[in-house]
Design a protein around this ligand. Structure first.
Ligand SMILES: NC(=O)c1ccc[n+]([C@@H]2O[C@H](COP(=O)([O-])OP(=O)(O)OC[C@H]3O[C@@H](n4cnc5c(N)ncnc54)[C@H](OP(=O)(O)O)[C@@H]3O)[C@@H](O)[C@H]2O)c1
Length: 305
């Protein structure tokens, strides 16, 4: 699995051919997509358009409970809660293979661990496809210890990857350690702030405590942040549809941060989630699956254990 990949959420579809082509020529070999991004097909087209062979890239995608009952992300309000759209986890997963026009997927993630019984169904189906050789690695997203327990309850296959939000404002040290102790690779998402929190992006990409470090190495603040992650053994997937920023985000292997510099960034932690807070999935009932099974409720955070 490459250390740096391209996050593709919200790359405009009409720019996908260019962005994928630029990214590939700059050295990106991993593309992170999801059924819910409605761009799997555009990525398949862009790979073909740029003459990129399937075996030369690492494709990561995700299955989402929404796929079971959405007519599609863009089906409009009518399509969203129409139970007549209901399809099986298997069918939802197969859709990604069709969209991506591929026989195999390198990494297939459960997009969001809610509702837990559906996430478990997805997980079992992904493991089954892995055994058939159609998926190389199965992983999860935003999984806290109770979610990891829930996956363990239905399969003895340990997730290869847990993709979750990590940024200087949310360093996630305990969850990182928890995953690493179990041999789960950590992948950081929404590092420069999620689209719902673009204001906070300034506190990250313009962080005044990181600025002097960036100056010292002649690098940008985003490069220092990505380096801080990579130096912790974390895989990164920054999204950009801008050629210069694509170049910037992958040019992080010609310097290293000192322990003191790493600590300066570690100490910026505020536990601040820019994306959804994953612990809501342990309490929020699901309209078609009822309450969260009792054994997974009651997570109080690492400090409270
Ligand atoms: N599993 C999940 O639930 C989940 C959730 C969220 C995201 N993800 C995955 O993680 C990927 C990354 O997360 P994200 O898209 O939320 O956020 P992100 O990559 O942390 O941030 C993207 C934003 O930062 C800007 N940006 C990128 N590089 C920059 C740089 N060097 N300097 C300044 N600004 C820069 C981008 O603008 P420009 O495009 O204009 O450069 C874009 O607006 C996603 O694309 C997706 O693949 C997964």
């Amino acid at each position: 699995m490459p250390t740096v990949g391209l996050g593709t959420f919200q790359i405009p579809l009409e720019k996908m051919n260019d962005v994928v082509g630029w990214a590939y020529s700059l050295g990106y070999r991993m593309f992170d997509t999801a059924w819910k991004y409605n761009n799997e097909g555009a990525i398949a087209t862009a790979l073909k358009y740029n003459g990129i062979k399937r075996e030369d890239v690492f494709i990561s995608t995700k299955c989402n409970a929404d796929a079971l009952f959405f007519g599609g992300c863009h089906a409009g309000k009518k399509g969203i809660f129409d139970i007549r759209n209901f399809k099986s986890a298997k069918k939802a997963i197969v859709t990604s293979f069709e969209n991506l026009q591929t026989d195999y997927i390198d990494l297939f993630l459960v997009h969001w661990p809610w509702p837990i019984p559906i996430a478990q169904e997805f997980y079992m189906e992904l493991v089954r496809l892995q055994k058939e050789g159609r998926i190389r690695a199965v992983g999860v997203c935003s999984a806290l210890p109770p979610h990891l327990d829930a996956f363990k309850d239905v399969s003895d296959v340990v997730p290869a990857v847990n993709q979750f939000e990590i940024s200087p404002l949310n360093t996630q040290k305990q969850l990182i350690k928890y995953c690493k102790d179990r041999g789960i690779c950590v992948e950081a998402m929404s590092t420069f702030s999620h689209f719902r929190n673009t204001e906070t992006r300034k506190d990250i990409v313009g962080n005044e405590k990181i600025a002097p470090i960036a100056e010292r190495y002649g690098k940008s603040i985003p490069q220092i942040i990505l380096r801080w992650l990579v130096q912790q053994g974390i895989v990164v997937i920054p999204k950009s549809s801008n050629k210069e920023r694509l170049q910037e985000n992958i040019s992080i292997f010609d310097f290293s941060l000192t322990e003191d510099e790493m600590s300066i960034i570690d100490n910026l932690d505020q536990g601040k989630f820019l994306n959804y807070k994953p612990d809501v999935t342990l309490t929020k009932p699901c309209w078609f699956r009822g309450r969260v099974p009792k054994k997974y409720r009651g997570w109080q955070g690492f400090n409270e254990q």
